[in-house]
Design a protein. Structure first.
Length: 370
């Protein structure tokens, strides 16, 4: 067994991560909790909590080999090492990935203050201040879509971002219009797909990196290779369900649906986001995608229980635009059962990982409109 060290997010995480990956105590970044063990299996170097955007948060157990394999694959895919700006929380895998890549490159990252400070807001000026501290011309950063949009809205930040070798964007679906804006500004964006269970992003712009393998089984995307986690901490049943071994290779069942053709992966949605409304199967992700394509890029679609239909889709947005054209396009493409109820608010609740807080929205969907 191996001691598990609990460290608060902040400046000390980089040194603690270096020690954990070198064979020291295993590391958990976050607040102490009564259900965290004092020891973990010897192969476990890092325990990472998932965001819990679509269900209860889980704790993923990762080996040093898996984490370092991800860093090596990323460095190769990006064309070599460089200096990173850390703009994401280090208690989630995306932020830890930036630190791991920095350790692999032997170059300390520069941190944006909001990365590990929940009271600080991510701003274009804070990012520019971080850029001014970079000491290596080869530079990278990893962002969520909302951060990318913030930087593109600021001319100086957008110009600075265009000088980065690559900007990884992941954590959620990136609107096509935002990608077009980034391209027009000369920003080199790469969409990253992966999860804590795969040590972070292992598919860049649809193509597997490193030794990652992709397959589709019964419509589900499965990812295999050396970056796959050991499993879930203290949850052997879920580990057995989601982590499998085939011909000696570890695989993770993502619960995402998609296609894999000509070596390129395209994600369609979640296996668990298909509801039955009036006896008709309705894909919430398909509705959300059409909302984004029809002028509601911030829209998040969740399910609401309904006495008559079983469940119905509800679309949350802060946009004041007329939703009738978007709703008509959804109905034409997916049928009347996919027609969403519209809810407007002043903001979409966001988790620290940058993902929409769908659980919170599901609760709001079940409450009377105000």
């Amino acid at each position: 067994m191996r001691p598990l060290r609990i460290v608060a997010p902040g400046a000390g995480v980089l040194a603690e991560l270096r020690a954990a990956l070198a064979g020291g105590d295993a590391l958990f970044v976050g607040a102490p909790a009564s259900d965290l063990p004092g020891e973990v299996e010897h192969r476990v170097a890092l325990v990472v909590q998932t965001s819990g955007s679509t269900g209860r948060p889980k704790r993923v157990a990762l080996s040093a080999d898996a984490v370092l394999a991800n860093a090596a694959a990323s460095e190769s895919a990006l064309g070599g090492p460089g200096q990173w700006i850390l703009a994401l929380p280090t208690h989630y895998i995306a932020g830890l990935n930036v630190l791991t890549r920095s350790l692999a490159a032997g170059i300390d990252p520069v941190t944006v203050p909001s990365a590990d400070d929940p009271t600080a807001h991510f701003t274009a000026q804070a990012f520019l201040d971080a850029v001014a501290q970079l000491t290596v011309p080869e530079r990278f950063t990893s962002l969520v879509p909302a951060q990318l949009a913030t930087l593109l809205d600021d001319r100086a930040a957008a110009e600075a971002l265009a000088r980065f070798g690559r900007v990884l964007v992941g954590g959620q679906t990136t609107p096509a219009a935002l990608l077009e804006r980034a391209t027009a500004a000369g920003v080199h964006v790469t969409r990253s797909y992966g999860s804590s269970e795969t040590s972070g992003g292992v598919v860049y712009d649809g193509y597997p990196i490193g030794q990652t393998s992709v397959r589709i089984v019964d419509g589900e995307v499965q990812l295999g290779g050396p970056t796959i986690a050991e499993g879930y901490l203290h949850d052997p049943a879920l580990t057995a369900e989601r982590f499998i071994t085939d011909d000696g290779m570890p695989w993770f069942r993502t619960a995402d649906t998609g296609t894999y053709q000509d070596g390129r992966l395209a994600i369609a949605g979640r296996l668990d986001d298909v509801i039955i409304s009036g006896g008709i199967k309705v894909s919430l992700s398909a509705i959300e995608q059409l909302m984004h394509q029809n002028g509601f890029e911030d829209a998040v679609v969740v399910a609401k229980d309904d006495e008559k239909w079983g469940q119905v889709p509800v679309a949350f947005t802060i946009s004041k635009a007329d939703p009738a054209p978007a709703v008509a396009a959804i109905e034409a493409a997916l049928g009347p059962a996919a027609r969403p109820q519209m809810r407007r608010g002043s903001a979409i609740p966001i988790l620290p990982s940058g993902k929409p807080d769908r659980l919170s929205l599901r609760v709001k969907a079940g409450l009377p409109e105000q």
